[in-house]
Design a binder for this molecule. Structure first.
Ligand code: UD1
Length: 342
């Protein structure tokens, strides 16, 4: 029988792509998601892509009793990938307790239930936000973490620490945190992708919605940064490439290849791209003319960050493969699919 993997948040953006990659690598998947920021139709679309319907349960992972009850009913789970979390940076500033209660309690409930029911392996969805604005680029895993800019960012840092401490106290629990840079794009089938609610905060969904005519123009938040063209630099990682990093992390844990029982890896392309370069790459990849204007900087934005991915390359045998133009074309194809644009 195939190994069963629990994917929390498996109907979300990165979660759904990871479920696809896990199934295609031969794993069985059970999703837990409370659909607070996603739709049940995602499960149908995963089944369309892979030919196999993942199991699905809808409940809130911040409820301790429900989590324990779930693990007691599913004794065959071999590993957990924990995506389920609130993720809106701005909202987290206004609703800190909601963010800590949801993001931190869910993780603690999962770890406790894993220990109680003998599930040993966890992959956690972390973020490059834990580095803040680093002094030296690219960032390696040895780059010091800086205080988080938002409650959302802090839940990532705190959750990393909780996993580290729990693994330290429990030699039989293995954790891997993956620090994602900026995940973008969509599945090449255009059946799953990113579905922000309301006006998108993130760059690529705003671009594709502008291209689709839902937004008048893109606002570029500042061109007076200390970068070659003045716009901020990020490391944009294709969501399918990113999902594959989870599959290799799971295999590493199940095969006992981890070098310590808590590890963390940068998951990016290793290449920094400015906002302006990304906008130009989008127009080149899609042939769509994108209206934009330069406006003031956005509060809380850092100037530049990109990953050194040597550790993930060497230890996980993983590297980003999809060219940026293909990634941006996939994001556009998904937007067209959602809007019914031919
Ligand atoms: C943010 C979070 C990160 C989170 C990620 C995905 C911080 C510091 N970063 O990354 O933790 O994982 O979202 O949710 O909290 N931009 C524009 N116009 C727009 C939108 C964005 O010019 O309409 C620019 C931004 O100034 C930035 C770049 O595009 O330079 C990327 O922005 P965004 O996609 O929001 O991601 P980050 O802020 O890098």
């Amino acid at each position: 029988m195939a190994n069963l993997i629990l994917v929390t948040g498996g109907t979300g953006f990165i979660g759904s792509h990871t479920v696809v990659e896990l199934q295609q690598a031969g794993y069985d998947v059970i999703i837990v998601d409370n659909l607070s920021n996603s739709k049940i139709e995602v499960v149908d679309n995963i089944a369309k892509i892979t030919g196999k319907r993942p199991e699905f349960e809808n409940f809130d992972l911040s409820n301790r009793a429900d989590v324990l009850n779930f693990f007691l009913r599913h004794k065959d789970i071999k590993a957990v990938i924990h995506f389920a979390a609130f993720k809106a940076v701005g909202e987290s500033v206004n609703k800190p307790l909601e963010y800590y209660r949801n993001n931190v309690n869910s993780l603690m409930n999962i770890l406790e239930a894993m220990k109680f029911t003998g599930v040993h392996n966890l992959v956690f969805s972390s973020s490059c936000t834990v580095y803040g604005q680093p002094e030296k680029l690219p960032v390696t895993e040895a780059t010091p973490r800086l205080p988080a800019e938002s409650p959302y960012g802090n839940t990532k840092a705190v959750n990393e620490d909780i996993i580290r401490d729990f693994c330290h106290a429990n030699a039989d629990i293995n954790g891997i945190a993956l620090r994602y840079f900026n995940p973008i794009g969509a599945h090449p089938s255009a059946l799953i992708g990113e579905s922000p609610v309301g006006v998108p905060n993130n760059l690529v969904p705003y671009i594709t919605q502008t291209a689709a005519g839902l937004r008048k123009e893109l606002s570029i938040f500042g061109n007076d940064y200390n970068t070659p063209d003045g716009t901020p630099i990020r490391d944009y990682i294709n969501v399918v490439d990113l999902s594959k990093a989870h599959v290799v992390a799971i295999a590493r844990l199940l095969n006992g290849k981890n070098k310590s029982n808590y590890e963390y890896f940068n998951i990016g392309t290793g290449k920094g791209l400015s906002v302006m370069e990304l906008v130009n790459a989008f127009m080149k990849a899609t042939g769509v003319n994108l209206p934009y204007k330069i406006v003031a900087r956005r509060a809380g934005d850092i100037e530049q960050i990109y990953a050194d991915t040597t550790l993930a390359n060497n230890e996980l045998g993983w590297k980003a493969e999809v060219p940026i133009e293909d990634t941006l074309a996939s994001a556009w194809n998904w937007e067209k699919h959602v809007r019914g644009i031919k």
